[in-house]
Design a protein around this ligand. Structure first.
Ligand SMILES: *Cc1c(COP(=O)(O)O)cnc(C)c1O
Length: 359
């Protein structure tokens, strides 16, 4: 049996069938239908946030966030994330300025942000890497001091909390991805949480072509999602706590078995943080070891994933270079191990043994 880095959770077939039944009765397939609104209501309640929009995916969520905040010039961002974090900035013809990451959390190093601020800086766009929150307090302080907006790419953060609040409730805007590979998914999908009603209204306009009926306000885009996607979300949401719990058990097994003399993993020293076990990344001693471990696992039909690779400050289509030694070194050596709700603990043992032996 092939074991991939992830496997999408699927609800019982009959449950999904039941959830989409109404679509055949009302023939309402998309455009802010009853299931989309129901899912939005349940997500707001689950996350404890006031302003949330369900959108097509986590990338368009970032793009409309950058647009709605009317950002200009330069945006300070993290090099250790998925490419969508950087491309959302480039897509709006803005300049990403990369600030290196903290060696323990793998998140943007808030202590390095101020030195990267120029008079062109308009915002900070940071990722809560693997679901672990950035130093939101320090980033908030800096943003207030320099009058910058803060966007968090919270694609990994669904179900994680900090100080009793969803990690997705921090910043001016916080986005999430509900892609099939994430902890909570709606096949494709995402959300935008904003801290302000006017901003929320603006994001809503951008989601739907920039017009309401025959009133045209601005250039918009199609960032909507369908009733079928929302139905999958409605089936999966009640199962999230159980999914996270399964992921915790698997993660703790890896914790107990892997050889930490030779490996490194992200750690977070802050209290009042509850993790969602979004990923299980390890940092190998060298890129050579990463290739050796990958090969040894693949021989047993086990496929880990380089994540994140490359370091985004080294994307080949950038015409400038901001050195970020920690991120560059980590992205050469970071490997995400299989982690999903029904991964067998015997397989975790097998994977750990192969890795330890290869080291
Ligand atoms: C998955 C992911 C995205 C993109 O989300 P999609 O829903 O696939 O568009 C953006 N940023 C990060 C950090 C991600 O992991």
């Amino acid at each position: 049996m092939t074991i991939n880095v992830t496997k999408s959770f699927l609800p019982p077939f009959e449950e999904y069938q039941e959830a989409i039944k109404g679509i055949w009765e009302n023939t309402w397939l998309t455009n802010n239908g009853p299931l989309v609104r129901k899912l939005e209501g349940q997500l707001k309640e689950y996350l404890g946030v006031e302003n949330l929009l369900y959108v097509g995916n986590g990338t368009i969520a970032l793009q409309i966030a950058v647009k709605a905040l009317e950002l200009k010039g330069e945006i300070i961002t993290t090099p250790f994330s998925y490419c969508a974090t950087t491309t959302a900035i480039l897509w709006e013809n803005l300049k990403p300025v990369f600030v290196d990451i903290e060696p323990d959390t793998f998140n943007i190093d808030a202590n390095l942000i101020e030195a990267a601020i120029t008079e062109k800086t308009s915002a900070i766009l940071a990722t809560h890497v693997y679901g672990r929150p950035c130093d939101v307090e320090k980033i908030d302080q800096i943003a207030k001091k320099y009058n910058l907006k803060v966007i968090y790419d919270g694609a990994h953060s669904f179900g994680a909390t900090y100080k009793g609040k969803s990690v997705l409730s921090y910043g001016d805007v916080s986005t999430c991805s509900f892609h099939a590979t994430k902890v909570f998914h709606t096949i494709e999908g995402g959300s935008v949480v904003s801290n302000d009603k006017d901003l929320h209204t603006k994001l809503e306009l951008y989601r739907s072509f920039g017009h309401r009926g025959d009133d045209y306000y601005s250039v918009g885009i199609n960032a909507k999602n369908s009733e079928f996607h929302a139905a999958m979300g409605l089936c999966n949401l009640p199962k999230v706590e159980d999914i996270i719990d399964k992921r915790r058990i698997i993660s703790e097994k890896y914790d107990a078995l892997l050889n930490w003399e030779k490996l490194k993993r992200p750690t977070q020293s802050i209290a009042e943080f509850e993790y969602n076990y979004a990923y299980y990344p390890i940092i190998l001693p060298s890129e050579g070891k990463l290739f050796e471990v990958t090969e040894a696992l693949q021989k047993e039909d086990i496929t880990p994933r380089r994540y994140f690779y490359p370091s985004l400050n080294q994307l080949p289509y950038l015409d400038f270079y901001n050195p970020c030694p920690v991120s560059e070194s980590y992205s050469l050596r970071a490997l995400s191990l299989p982690l999903f709700y029904d991964l067998d603990l015997n397989d975790v043992e097998k994977i750990s043994t192969i890795i330890n032996q290869t080291l």
